[in-house]
Design a protein around this ligand. Structure first.
Ligand code: 5RP
Length: 218
């Protein structure tokens, strides 16, 4: 196993060690979150953690967690999530995040918003002083996506492109496209930028997670 993967495994394990019996958990997406799901499944199997229920943030996470025998519920059927554990693409010193590298930002944000606490698991490459070196993912409707891309590009004064997969636009679990904005490391006021982006009608959600993350395990 390479060093990067070892680090991801270690942070995933450290986050799982925070889980208490009976918790309702938000299970994030991405490679680090997948390692966390695997570590959780081992603890459930050994009886070290009891009576937990997971709410997944992507189809991929749902398949993995159910294959590993983690009891799952839909978000609509639980009143609140105790702890969401998820990965991130960038984390700034105030724990503001860029997420959506895996195109799951909408479900991740809905789950994070319903959680009493959010812990991010990430390797130390994700730590930045200013957000934006990682292209900012924005989920947009398929309808008029080029108009939305133009609006986003003019708002942020940068190149914005629709994410492709096998020569076709990537379609999210929610049937939308992802626009990636090449802002560069210049997002000094992520709260303001999030609000401005959400004003554009074709935008479904933006991968800026502001004031949501309580702790980061690096
Ligand atoms: C998916 C995400 C992921 O959590 C993020 O991309 C980090 O993934 P990884 O742990 O594989 O680096 O936001 O939408």
């Amino acid at each position: 196993m390479d060093l990067q993967n070892q680090m991801k495994k270690a942070v995933a394990q450290a986050a799982v060690d925070q889980i208490q019996n009976g918790m309702i958990l938000g299970l994030g997406s991405g490679s680090t979150a997948a390692l966390m799901i695997e570590a959780l499944a081992i603890k459930i199997k050994s009886g070290e953690i009891k009576d937990v229920v997971g709410v997944t943030t992507s189809f991929q996470g749902e398949v993995l967690a159910s294959e590993l025998g983690i009891p799952l519920k839909s978000l609509s059927s639980v009143s609140e999530i105790d702890l969401a554990i998820d990965g991130a693409d960038e984390v700034d010193p105030k724990f503001q995040l860029i997420k959506g590298g895996g195109a799951a930002l909408l479900r991740e944000k809905i789950v994070a918003q319903q959680s009493s606490a959010m812990v991010v698991v990430a390797d130390d490459r994700k730590k930045v002083d200013v957000l934006g070196a990682f292209p900012l993912p924005i989920e947009v409707t398929q309808f008029a996506y080029l108009t939305t891309v133009r609006e986003l590009s003019s708002l942020m004064n940068c190149h914005v492109s629709i994410r492709m997969e096998e020569h076709k636009p990537l379609v999210t679990d929610n049937g939308n496209y992802i626009a990636d904005a090449q802002t560069g490391p210049s997002i000094l006021n992520p709260v303001n930028l999030e609000n401005q982006i959400l004003q554009i009608a074709g935008v479904v959600q933006v991968g800026l997670f502001n004031n949501m993350c309580d702790a980061v395990v690096l």
